[in-house]
Design a protein around this ligand. Structure first.
Ligand SMILES: [Zn+2]
Length: 89
């Protein structure tokens, strides 16, 4: 059980949260990490934007392999493109 919110968790993360040592669920751990970040608001806005941009990445640009896509998604790129196409990147 999570010591913070009381939710049942199979494998609570053991850590110090708000100065209290205990086992916590992912939600509370994630929240604590977010709150701990000093420039949190700006930082998360920037990160959200980055992640959004990454979501927008297309494998193809103007009929050519998008190098940015290959860089961000090497595994998917291997499935998406042939080796010949990847060589051109
Ligand atoms: Zn919790």
């Amino acid at each position: 059980m999570c010591d913070e919110c009381g939710k049942e968790v199979q494998k609570p993360t053991v850590m110090i949260l708000d100065g209290v040592f205990g086992g916590y669920c992912h939600t509370c751990v994630a929240k604590a990490r977010r709150d701990a970040s000093p420039q949190s608001a700006q930082y998360h806005r920037d990160r959200d934007r980055e992640e959004h941009q990454r979501d927008m990445l297309q494998p193809w640009v103007n009929g050519k392999v998008n190098p940015e896509f290959v860089r961000q998604y090497p595994d998917q790129a291997k499935q998406q493109f042939t080796e010949e196409e990847l060589k051109e990147v």
